[in-house]
Design a protein around this ligand. Structure first.
Ligand code: AMP
Length: 474
């Protein structure tokens, strides 16, 4: 399908697409639309930025127009579950954009962090589309403000992220409440085992579509690594922000605390930046995002979870202040740039302790990244530091040594050294809002007192000096 006209979408939708100047369907849209329009369940493996929202929103809106029904009180005909408030807001906006000529069309957002009363009122007469985060949805259901027994289409967006954020039980509860007779559209950027299991339980004879091989890095992104000391990262970031020609820069840190710290340090260097993460109020997050979108804020510092799903075109640079300990997150991060045909730059800082993360990333994307060595330590010193992560490889990179496969569903690496699986939060472990890892959970497990790596390290790990990486590779 090379044109939206080929799908036979109803006129109000075609008109809205013309307004939006959408001419050619993206690959996920071209594959998903005919299947979803025919009523099939679909599993779509696609990242944010591929046009997946329209891939499910357009056939749903088409269905709503073709089968006109007055929604029942407190009910929704379509339920979209998404992991974050930001993503939910963007999905709801997309439904309104593509459905702007469909009348009546009620689209409601049920997300945490904002007063519930308005959501209760909005649901009183029933709506066509309810976009919700799982926690708030269950709150609304438990207070009888929302019923789920009239759902005709269920969408699960960013399923893998939902799992990471510990929403799996909530999702199962929701699925048990919606009618068995329904259409389910299931989107995930990756398909680890747990997600496949969830999809098996939720979908009926699904068609599977995939737009990018799971581990393919956006090809238009110009990627490079700067090997640096941890202590030099702040100065390096300030230097890059001053020297690189950039429009919008998204800086990633591993923790919320780290994000705030980067903002403070940049401000001291006279560079304006804002952080976005779940400790910030909803209003604050929205204001920051708006400023980033409209160009009045050039540098946004974010954690993986907060940034996931942020729909901002024109991000010219992604800077990984910390390398992610989940290699797939690297792919998501750099996918924030080079959208809509633009070229993008991704620069990753890699300190000694992150050498193993870099190796995992390069393995996943099947390419080695050009690296510039700004480390001050001697090669020998670099090796000793490098040895510690290697010693901890079993815990550190989530790989099973026997079959070399990644334990994504049980990923110790995600939450800091195998304390608990992320989808089974320890009771009372965190007072942070649901969904964001706390600084504690992200304590780097690879940090080992140097003396423990000790003088035996070179003997245990005979290593080759890699001049490109500036480290010994064992
Ligand atoms: P999504 O992956 O759904 O977050 O979409 C990413 C961006 O692509 C959004 O800004 C959409 O407005 C835009 N988009 C989606 N589909 C198309 C299309 N067929 N043509 C042009 N832009 C699109």
């Amino acid at each position: 399908m090379t044109s939206f006209n080929d799908f036979g979408l109803v006129e109000p939708i075609s008109r809205a697409l013309r307004d939006e100047k959408y001419e050619t369907p993206t690959p996920i849209q071209a594959q998903t639309l005919p299947l979803a329009l025919s009523g099939r369940d679909v599993i779509g493996i696609a990242q944010t930025g591929t046009g997946k929202t329209a891939a499910f929103a357009l056939p749903i809106l088409h269905h709503i127009v073709r089968k006109r029904l007055r929604p029942e009180r407190k009910s929704c005909r379509v339920l979209v579950l998404s992991p974050t408030r930001e993503l939910s807001g963007q999905i709801s906006d997309s439904f309104m954009t593509y459905g702007r000529y469909i009348r009546p069309l009620a689209v409601t957002l049920a997300i945490g962090g904002v007063p519930i009363n308005r959501q209760i009122r909005a649901m009183a007469h029933g709506v066509e589309v309810l976009v919700a985060t799982p926690g708030r949805l269950l709150d609304l259901v438990s207070t009888h403000a929302v019923r789920l027994d009239n759902v005709e289409v269920l969408v699960l967006d960013e399923a893998d992220r939902m799992l990471d954020m510990g929403f799996i039980h909530d999702i199962r509860k929701v699925v048990a409440m919606v009618p068995k007779e329904r259409q389910t559209l299931f989107f995930s950027a990756t398909m680890p085992h747990e997600i496949t299991k969830l999809a098996d339980a939720m979908l009926r004879d699904p068609a599977k579509v995939s737009v990018t091989p799971q581990a393919t890095t956006a090809e238009r992104v110009n990627q490079r690594v700067i090997l640096t000391e941890k202590s030099a990262k702040n100065a390096l970031l300030a230097e890059l922000l001053k020297s690189e020609k950039s429009d919008r820069v998204l800086v990633f840190t591993r923790t919320k605390h780290g994000a705030d710290k980067v903002v403070r340090v940049l401000e001291k260097s006279g560079l304006k930046a804002e952080a976005i993460h779940s400790n910030k109020s909803q209003n604050n997050r929205e204001r920051t995002l708006k400023a980033f979108r409209d160009g009045s804020l050039r540098t946004l510092v974010a954690t993986d979870i907060a940034a996931r799903g942020i729909d901002v075109d024109g991000v010219s640079h992604v800077i990984n202040f910390d390398l992610p300990n989940i290699p797939e997150s690297y792919v998501h991060r750099i996918g924030r740039t080079a959208r809509a045909g633009a070229e993008g730059v991704a620069i990753s800082f890699c300190d000694h302790e992150e050498a193993a993360y870099l190796r995992d990333i390069e393995k996943l994307i099947r390419m080695s990244l050009p690296a510039e060595n700004r480390r001050t330590g001697s090669p020998q010193e670099a090796h000793v530091h490098h040895a510690a992560p290697h010693q901890h490889k079993k815990h550190g990179n989530g790989r099973n040594h026997r079959n070399g496969k990644r334990h994504r569903g049980h990923s110790e690496a995600r939450n800091g050294g195998g304390r608990r699986p992320q989808h089974a939060p320890a009771k009372g472990a965190s007072t942070a809002p649901r969904g964001e890892p706390t600084a504690m959970q992200n304590v780097t497990f690879m940090r080992e007192p140097r003396r423990q790596a000790g003088h035996r390290a070179p003997r245990c790990f005979p290593a080759q000096w890699d001049p490109k990486l500036g480290i010994h590779v064992t």
